[in-house]
Design a binder for this molecule. Structure first.
Ligand code: MG
Ligand code: MG
Length: 249
């Protein structure tokens, strides 16, 4: 079921999303070779609590941490750990969610650890551009999910990148995952129309090689099948009478 939000409900979601944005900025600041991903998780947990919010990922379907930390070929849902230490040249995706007054925020960033190759930097940049090109193409009441997905897919594939099919964006509100599913691929003119009052998380997951992924035995981590790097970029957006508002920027 798709839920339509009022302006005051969107205001709560804005607050939740700004907490998520600030948490991600904090993680970016602390990203450097030698840092343990468990330390970063603790930092995020404490910051979110200090803002009178709750980390929505913690215990979600049994997930053991406040953030997902996915390094290099890990696409999403990587688990922070004291043994998982960031190293120079890696790329790391942070995915974070917070609940404020019962409303959810959800966003993700991919960040360089120290100096990275130009190929990896391009993957990060194009993944962000996929988000913005997609979102800027939305016309409330007109654009369909297939149109949005197609803009993202076409742009990513023009660089020879893969677009993950098995994981998609989603509606968001009182629940972290609501209808509709928001794929990063699609056929123009297909799917539901995006209309005023909808709030969705748009989250391109783009790979340097194959779009195929594997689920690891920890029950969470998703890796690219060819073990080439992947990047993830996400924001929660609201479709309003004044256009598109990116709530987590
Ligand atoms: Mg997310
Ligand atoms: Mg999401």
């Amino acid at each position: 079921m798709i839920t339509i939000k009022s302006d005051s409900q969107i205001a709560y979601m804005r607050r939740a999303n700004l907490i998520v944005r600030d948490t991600l900025d904090l993680l970016r600041e602390h990203t450097k070779p030698g840092v343990s991903t468990l330390e970063l998780d603790k930092l995020a947990y404490e910051y979110i609590l200090s803002q009178n919010a709750k980390p929505s990922f913690l215990h979600y379907n049994g997930f053991p941490a406040s953030i997902c930390v996915s390094v290099d070929c890990e696409v999403v849902h990587g688990i922070p750990s004291a043994r998982k230490i960031l190293r120079e040249g890696q790329i790391v995706s942070y995915d974070c969610g917070a609940i404020y007054n019962g409303w959810h925020g959800d966003a993700a960033r991919t960040v360089a650890v120290g100096l990275i190759s130009s190929e990896r930097q391009q993957l990060i940049d194009v993944t962000e551009q996929c988000f913005f090109k997609g979102v800027q193409s939305i016309v409330a009441g007109k654009t369909r999910l297939g149109d949005l997905g197609n803009v993202i897919q076409t742009y990513a594939e023009s660089f020879g990148y893969g677009v993950v099919r098995e994981l998609v964006g989603h509606g968001i509100g009182r629940q972290m995952h609501e209808d509709p599913e928001v794929p990063n691929f699609g056929i123009p003119g297909h799917g539901m129309r995006l209309s005023e009052g909808m709030t969705i998380a748009v989250e391109p997951m783009i790979t340097m090689g194959t779009e195929q992924v594997d689920w690891m035995e920890d029950g969470w981590t998703v890796k690219t099948r060819d073990r080439k790097p992947a990047a993830h970029y996400e924001n929660t957006i609201a479709i309003t009478s004044n256009g598109i508002e990116i709530l987590s920027l």
